[in-house]
Design a protein around this ligand. Structure first.
Ligand SMILES: Nc1ncnc2c1ncn2[C@@H]1O[C@H](COP(=O)(O)OP(=O)(O)OP(=O)(O)O)[C@@H](O)[C@H]1O
Ligand SMILES: [Mg+2]
Length: 451
């Protein structure tokens, strides 16, 4: 990396001299300004500089004003506010408006170096992530494909929070890409040198999940012939993805809470706690707050997991992504099956774009796979796409049927639920009612829904 250039703006010559010497000695390039006006002129004239250290109290123009003007001129320039005792409120104000951090005068050397190193490490990571993204965008498998603004925002946010150490909760309907985003978090974080670990909390019975997570010592239970390390011990120093976390039993949640709180756990059958350093990323398509209200999810566990939330929008809310993704899947499956299909007809694209995709990206992927299998020509046409845009005229009640509106509604809800695998949010969406209303109607009509 080339030498980072730090711009420093303070009216006290003493401070400027001190910082110039300190930071210059550390190998940074330094440029100083004794007034807000001079700094802004410089920012207007050219885009150089990797960081601005801005004093909060300036005689010509107050530091906050300089900060917000600087932000307008150079939105990407990170700013650290320098405050004297008593002006912390202003620094906090600046942070709320997007300043990176603040340091209090008089600054001990280590404090300044610490803040700077942190910042530049993060900047570098962001930069590398951006380069990686540009490299991957639109090509190879495993990469995220998107064109919509909505998903770009999610993606930028993902890269940003990946650099922090916080636990992350990913929410989204099934098939929206939760697992892919979880792995993106890991591969964009400082932990990316280690493998990404993942465990599906729904696929295992409680005892199995427990021993998979915590490991067990030999003889811990019948059949435990040897000591098993457990995924928590394996994932020490890395990221662990808890998929379908909404399905974790209360007992396992209680034990995991301890891991999140204290960074330690006790292997099954052992008495000695083990310490681990793990970053948790969890995902679910359940409404966890409703689960908490129903007593199936621990609130304290929820707050530990949900330090940062990433919400993945359903595909129908980002229709611009459909075509590039469909083309991406087309190329992938055609390549894999060695078939010479490489285009989608305009009607095909229209059909794909207008469908409501209850199964989101996973459904799109399956639809494209099937289309490639069935394709005989070079192009994917509507007949190859088993999706229909729903229109009310499809619903036909035989004329002369003697049935009350209530019975009709009950029957229709039953059918939609069954057709959608009793996935309630999806069914509610199709029925055009809220999830709450659906729940109420299920009770009202005594519909049976497998748990
Ligand atoms: N933006 C994207 N670009 C390319 N492929 C994607 C994208 N989003 C999802 N996919 C693909 O769609 C499929 C479903 O994604 P993923 O398994 O991450 O979703 P999920 O939300 O975890 O689904 P589920 O709730 O069913 O577990 C995967 O094959 C994934 O690679
Ligand atoms: Mg998943």
């Amino acid at each position: 990396m080339t030498r980072a250039k730090i711009l420093i703006c303070d009216d006290e010559a003493e401070i400027l001299r001190y910082l110039q010497k300190l930071l210059g000695g550390k190998g940074y390039e330094v440029e100083t300004f004794s007034s807000g006006g001079a700094l802004l002129q410089r920012l207007e004239a050219d885009g150089g500089g990797d960081l601005l250290l801005q004093d909060v109290r300036m005689p010509d123009m107050d530091g906050l004003t300089v900060f917000s003007r600087a932000k307008e001129l150079r939105p990407e320039l990170p700013v650290i506010m320098m405050t004297a005792y008593g002006s912390i409120d202003a620094a906090v104000e600046a942070i709320k408006d997007g300043a990176y951090d603040y340091i209090t005068k008089p600054f001990p050397k280590e404090k300044i170096f610490g803040v700077l190193e942190n910042l530049f490490e993060r900047q570098q990571l962001l930069q590398e992530n951006r380069e990686l993204r540009d490299e991957l965008y639109g090509c190879s498998t495993g990469a995220l494909i998107f064109r919509s603004r909505a998903f770009r925002q999610v993606y930028d946010f993902t890269l940003q929070v990946a650099a922090s150490e916080s636990n992350i909760l990913i929410l989204g309907e099934s098939g929206t890409g939760k697992e892919l985003i979880a792995s993106t978090v890991h591969h964009s974080s400082t932990r990316r040198g280690a493998p990404f670990y993942s465990i599906n909390c729904a696929a295992l019975t409680e005892t199995l999940l427990e021993s998979q997570l915590f490991g067990h010592v030999r003889g811990a239970f019948t059949g435990a012939f040897s000591t098993q390390k457990g995924i928590l011990a394996e994932a020490d120093g890395s990221t662990l993805f808890l998929d379908e976390v909404g399905d974790m039993s209360l007992a396992v949640q209680a034990k995991m809470l301890r891991v999140l709180q204290e960074g330690e756990f006790i292997p099954v059958g052992s008495t000695r706690p083990k310490s681990v350093d793990i970053r948790f990323v969890a995902a679910t398509n359940k409404d966890l707050e409703a689960e908490i209200r129903a007593g199936r999810f621990r609130e304290d566990f929820y707050y530990r997991l949900n330090v940062i939330t990433i919400n993945l929008p359903p595909l129908r809310d980002r229709r611009e992504d459909i075509e590039p993704m469909a083309r991406h899947f087309l190329a992938r499956f055609a390549g894999r099956m060695n078939k010479d299909v490489h285009d989608i007809s305009p009607e095909g694209v229209r059909l794909l774009t207008s469908y409501h995709w209850p199964g989101n990206v996973r459904e799109l992927e399956n639809v494209m796979e099937r289309a490639v299998i069935l394709a005989r020509g070079k192009e994917i046409t509507p007949e190859l796409l088993p999706v229909r845009t729903s229109s009310p005229s499809q619903i036909a009640v035989p004329s002369g049927t003697n049935i009350s509106l209530e019975d009709l509604e009950r029957e229709h809800i039953r059918q939609v639920l069954a057709a959608n695998n009793y996935h309630k949010s999806r069914s509610a969406e199709i029925l055009g009612i809220s999830r709450k209303t659906l729940d109420r109607k299920i009770v009202e009509y005594a519909l049976s829904v497998p748990q």
